[in-house]
Design a protein around this ligand. Structure first.
Ligand code: NDP
Length: 286
């Protein structure tokens, strides 16, 4: 464990990461583009990125996006040579791979991380961070990583952790949009979103048990296996119509309905809902 960890970026997440390091007995030297973000935090603040990265063999970056990482670290690439860089900035898989290539070109040992938590959760057991890239960095600095969250290593392809992270967020955002759409439906007749949330949470939570069943069918490659709810039965047109009758925008629902209709039209109506996997896999709707 290094005496000091260099943290680059003290936004909401960077501050939470730095605070947790301090809480667990690590020293932190930090840089942030806008000075003063370290107020009350207790880190050693650096005036320049160069000064911060010089403070530790381990540099942790948590910036806004891929381009911010380059803007911040390109000028100090030479000073990062031989060091470990853990990048917790959200990027696409290809952006993570690009950064891994850039790092390799400068003799920097690169580990990409994807945080599945909000800042308040950092340091609690429910927080998760997926990592991919340098196994050596993951192993060497495991104590630091484990201070933040449950750490999972997903292999040497630097893009892997972010792929899984963004796939999970796809599910999350579509679920959130579905909840808000439902809230607008009942809201059209005066039911509060709070009352709707009280009904929706246990139901939707129970429905996530269905993931494993869908997964089994998808991985088995046979959408006709018995015991599934058929696509014919899963037709969403009643929901779309009800939404429209209530004067509520049905755009997101209509997209799912279109995928179902297409599968039915091409002769897959008696197959299970898991068949939609093929619609996504095809890139073009079919
Ligand atoms: P904030 O908006 O709170 O902070 C953004 C940080 O990036 C600030 O330190 C900001 O500096 C810095 N920054 C932005 N652009 C540049 C630039 N061009 N050059 C240098 N520094 C720059 O975001 P968060 O801290 O919440 O998020 C940071 C990363 O963590 C993001 O990639 C986000 O997706 C990821 N993340 C965040 C989660 C969350 O719940 N907050 C959850 C999971 C991942 P300045 O103060 O000068 O503006």
């Amino acid at each position: 464990t290094p005496d000091t960890v260099a943290v680059v970026g003290l936004g909401a997440m960077g501050r939470a990461l730095a605070a947790r390091l301090l809480d667990t007995g690590h020293g932190v030297t930090a840089w942030n583009r806008t000075p003063g973000r370290d107020a009350d935090l207790g880190v050693r603040a650096s005036a320049t990125v160069a000064e911060a990265v010089a403070a530790s063999p381990l540099v942790v970056a948590c910036l806004l996006r891929h381009s911010s990482v380059h803007e911040t670290l390109d000028p100090v690439a030479g000073r990062l040579r031989g060091k470990a860089l853990v990048n917790l900035t959200t990027t696409t898989p290809n952006e993570a791979r690009e950064l891994a290539g850039w790092a390799a070109g400068h003799g920097i040992d690169y580990l990409d991380g994807a945080i599945l938590a909000v800042p308040d959760m950092i340091g609690s057991p429910g927080a998760q961070v997926y990592y991919s890239g340098s196994r050596a960095v993951f192993d060497r600095f495991r104590t630091v990583l484990d201070a933040w969250a449950t750490s999972t290593f997903d292999g040497s392809d630097a893009g892997r952790a972010s792929l899984i992270d963004l796939a999970m967020l796809s599910g999350m955002y579509q679920m959130f949009a579905g909840f808000l759409h439902g809230a607008a439906m009942v809201g059209s007749e005066g039911m509060s979103a709070t009352d709707f949330a009280a009904r929706a949470t246990p139901f939707i939570s129970a429905m996530t048990d269905g993931f494993a069943g869908f997964a089994q069918v998808v991985d088995g490659g046979d959408y006709t296996v018995a015991g599934q709810q058929s696509l014919d039965f899963s037709d969403l047109s009643d929901i779309v119509r009800a939404s429209e009758e209530q004067g509520v925008n049905s755009a997101t629902l209509a997209v799912v309905q279109a995928l179902v209709s297409r599968q039915i039209a091409t002769g897959h109506g008696s197959e299970g809902f898991a068949r939609l996997y093929e619609s996504f896999r095809a890139r073009a709707v079919r």
